[in-house]
Design a protein around this ligand. Structure first.
Ligand code: PMV
Length: 314
């Protein structure tokens, strides 16, 4: 039962994984095959409020979403995990300040902010790790959006998933920069849920993914501890390409890249050959996220004019 007419507006940041979550060992609970590690995108994310209403309503960026819409159904299904019966209806309002033109997924910050709003609305006062475990059920990557900075989502081993949640790393890296390189921002034909299920079910190559992810996670921890940007960039880029290799090896094949994605990769590799420390990562879509440090910002901007640059540590 709600403890107030409305929650406050709650914020959660978006995040980008350096070691990706790809593949579920439990499809219902969103339990991952591997642990993952991300960096949150500071002020870019979602603001969400839950209030009592006459009917269930979902609002996104000031406009009501049709009740039959996939997004609205996911949000209401998530609310149903916490309300008993249908004795009250809710209105969920979300504002994303993620530049839509950047082609960044908003489900991670969206479900994390929704979880925070639900926690307040129902007076649950859950621990951060429990909030993270619940947010995970809305969208796996949302488990990591409960925190700022570097975050690790530990896969856990329990069948009920209560040990599968994210924790923040107590290390900052103020020079780190992330560039959002937009290739195409249209809605993709195969979302990440369908994409990872297809990969797990059909790609023999997927068998090597858990080993790659475990090794990369270890290297990233070392890179962050040493503040070694070369190690961080190399590991993140190889991890993303390994994930995409498993997608390409699925059937029907899953290739999220477009010709401009490949052209951008080649520009990154060319820049690196010329001595610029620049790397990229990619999620289940055609857009690149560039990784570099503050001292390379001018040179990166010259090669990618108009790049949206984020400072994850302020
Ligand atoms: O949280 P989901 O179900 O949208 O899956 C996210 C999958 C990737 O973005 C490709 C990787 C990740 O760890 O964020």
């Amino acid at each position: 039962t709600p403890v107030a007419d409305s929650s406050d507006t709650q914020f959660a940041p978006s995040n980008i994984a350096l070691c990706k979550y790809w593949g579920k060992r439990d499809v219902e609970l969103n339990l991952p095959v591997n642990s993952s590690l991300s960096v949150s995108l500071a002020h870019l994310g979602s603001r969400t409020k839950v209030s009592v209403s006459d009917s269930d309503q979902v609002w996104l960026n000031g406009a009501q979403v049709a009740a039959g819409d996939k997004f609205a159904r996911k949000v209401i299904a998530f609310i149903d995990l916490f309300r008993r019966g249908t004795d009250h209806c809710v209105r969920v309002e979300t504002e994303n300040n993620i530049p839509t033109a950047a082609g960044l997924a908003s489900s991670a910050s969206g479900f994390a902010a929704l979880m925070l709003a639900i926690d307040q609305f129902y007076g649950l006062n859950l621990e951060p790790s429990v909030l993270s475990a619940f947010a995970r059920m809305g969208s796996g990557s949302a488990s990591r959006s409960l925190y700022e900075g570097f975050v690790e989502w530990q896969m856990g081993i329990r069948e009920d998933g209560m040990d599968s949640f994210a924790l923040p790393l107590d290390v900052r890296w103020p020079q780190l920069r992330i560039g959002l390189l937009k290739v195409d921002t249209g809605e993709k034909a195969v979302d990440s849920r369908a994409g990872m299920n297809r990969t797990v079910d059909t790609a023999h190559l997927y068998q090597s993914w858990p080993l790659q992810a475990a090794a990369d996670l270890e290297r990233l921890h070392q890179a962050i501890a040493d503040q070694s940007f070369t190690c961080l960039g190399e590991t993140a880029e190889q991890n993303a390409l390994s994930m995409h290799a498993t997608m390409i090896a699925s059937w029907p094949p899953l290739l999220y890249w477009q010709p401009d994605s490949v052209a951008a990769m080649q520009t990154v590799w060319q820049a690196r050959a010329e001595g610029l420390e620049l790397y990229f990562t990619m999620d289940a879509g055609p857009n690149l996220k560039l990784l570099f440090t503050a001292d390379a910002e001018t040179a990166v901007n010259q090669r990618f004019p108009g790049l949206e640059v984020i400072r994850p540590f302020g």
